[in-house]
Structure formats: structure tokens, C-alpha cells
Design a protein around this ligand. Structure first.
Ligand code: APR
Length: 230
């Protein structure tokens, strides 16, 4: 019974048409991180931030899961040990691909958060600045996205999963943002076999036991086939 922990990043959604962050045509080439992905940016210009996530939510709603998302859902169903999927992505393509349990450590586009009472609720439409919280009624709803400088969701669950991992895989992530980029080191310290599946070597590629380079829609289904045959 092997426990598998998987971390995904924007690269797994690239072939579904959603932009990555640090590729040449990525989101951070077109938008200033400080303006749209920090609490200070939201305080400075909330309309710019709400518009940015409304645009990304609308794009994600139109996007379809690709073969990589679907292969991971098949692994979750057919693997006889635990499969823990941690994603840095805020789209819902893992869910669209059939994944039952997804830990969105950076939040989700289809969720709102109240800055006053921490209540979270599903949203499918555009959000507005000063939107009323469904629970406390204050005009302090914001996109439920973990911005730079904020604590990612689920860190205790993540650390427990990493301590029990027999296999740790990172898929479609450049390894630039912590704490996610440090998960490979933690898993390795607990004795996991580590594998990177990415279009090109990530910033932490040297920490992986195994690497498979190529497009996620090709490398992930092949990796899942290999796992399910063992
Ligand atoms: N298949 C596999 N990998 C791909 C593909 C593809 N089709 N296309 C791109 N990639 C790889 C790129 O080579 C890159 O290494 O996906 C990675 C994407 O890296 P980033 O754009 O940095 O995205 P990510 O690692 O998810 O960013 C982490 O940074 O800005 C924050 O919160 C944001 O969650 C995000 C975090």
C-alpha cells in the first residue's frame, strides 16, 4: 500500500488554455504581482484585483480538463493506497477531470472569502468591490485567493501527508514559490521517492530522484499507467 502525494502547478492546466505565471507569455509578464496578488495591492486598488480574478474565473469556467487531470483522477480511483492531491492552482480543472479530493493550498477562483469573519462561500459570477459577506453582512468579501505574504491553506494536512508519502510527484510547477517548492525536500527527508514531471527543469529539479520532461498531457498519463501496472 504505497501513499502517493502529488503537487500540481499552473503547467498542468496550460494545455487547457489557462496561462501559467512565469512562462514568457505568463500572467506575471502581463500583470504586476504586487498589484494583483498581495493584500497591499488589494487595499490600494480593490477594483483592479477584483477585475483580475473575475477575468481568470471566467476563463477557468470555459476551460476543460485535459488528459493529465483525467489521469490523476483515474489514479485516485484505482490506486490501492492513499492519493493526496495538493494544487497551487486556483482553477477547478482537477475537479472537472473527476478528482474527488483536491487540496487548493492557494485558494480557489470559485470561492469568496470575508476579510472580516473569514466565512467562505461558493461564487460563480463576477465579484464586486464591497460585496456583502453572506454570513456577517459586512461589505468585505474578497476573492478567496491566498496572496503573497498570506498563509496557504491546509499546511498541517500537507505536512502530515508528506511525512507518510512513499512517492512524491511535482507536476507543472517551476519550484519558485515556497512553501510548495520545499515539499520535495520534506518528502525526501521522510524517505519518499521523488519525481518531477515538467516541461523543463524546475528551480528545484536537483532534489528529485527521477524526472520526466514533456507536456503534462503526455507524461502524466504515461506515469499513471506505469504506477497502476506495478
Ligand atoms: N506541461 C507540463 N509543464 C508545463 C507545461 C505543460 N504543457 N507548460 C508549462 N509547464 C511548466 C513550466 O515549464 C513551468 O515550470 O509549468 C511550470 C509553471 O510554472 P509557474 O508559471 O511558475 O507556475 P507555478 O509553479 O504553478 O506557480 C506557483 O506562483 O504566482 C504564484 O500563486 C501563484 O500558484 C502560483 C505559484
Amino acid at each position: 500500500m504505497t501513499n502517493i502525494v502529488i503537487l500540481t502547478g499552473a503547467g498542468i492546466s496550460a494545455e487547457s488554455g489557462l496561462g501559467t505565471f512565469r512562462d514568457a507569455d505568463g500572467l506575471w509578464a502581463k500583470h504586476n504581482i504586487e498589484d494583483v496578488a498581495t493584500p497591499e495591492g488589494f487595499a490600494r486598488n480593490p477594483q483592479l484585483v477584483v477585475d483580475f480574478y473575475n477575468m481568470r474565473r471566467a476563463e477557468a469556467q470555459k476551460a476543460q480538463a485535459n488528459a493529465a487531470h483525467i489521469a490523476l483522477a483515474e489514479l485516485e480511483t484505482r490506486h490501492n493506497g492513499a492519493v493526496t492531491l495538493i494544487t497551487q492552482n486556483v482553477d477547478d480543472l482537477h475537479e472537472k477531470g473527476g478528482m474527488q479530493n483536491v487540496l487548493h493550498m492557494h485558494g480557489q477562483l470559485n470561492s469568496a472569502l470575508c476579510s472580516s469573519c473569514d466565512h467562505r462561500w461558493p461564487v460563480a459570477q463576477d465579484m464586486q468591490v464591497g460585496q456583502i459577506c453572506r454570513d456577517c453582512g459586512a461589505p468585505t468579501a474578497r476573492p478567496d485567493i491566498v496572496w503573497f505574504g498570506e498563509m496557504p491553506y491546509g499546511m498541517e494536512r500537507i505536512e502530515t501527508a508528506l511525512s507518510r508519502a512513499d512517492i512524491f510527484a511535482a507536476i507543472g510547477t517551476s519550484g519558485n514559490v515556497y512553501p510548495a517548492a520545499g515539499f520535495v525536500q520534506m518528502a525526501k527527508a521522510y524517505g519518499a521517492h521523488t519525481i518531477e514531471l515538467n516541461l523543463e527543469p524546475s528551480a528545484v529539479v536537483s532534489q528529485f530522484d527521477e524526472t520526466r520532461f514533456g507536456k503534462a498531457s503526455e507524461t502524466v498519463p504515461a506515469w499513471v499507467r506505469d504506477l497502476l501496472q506495478t
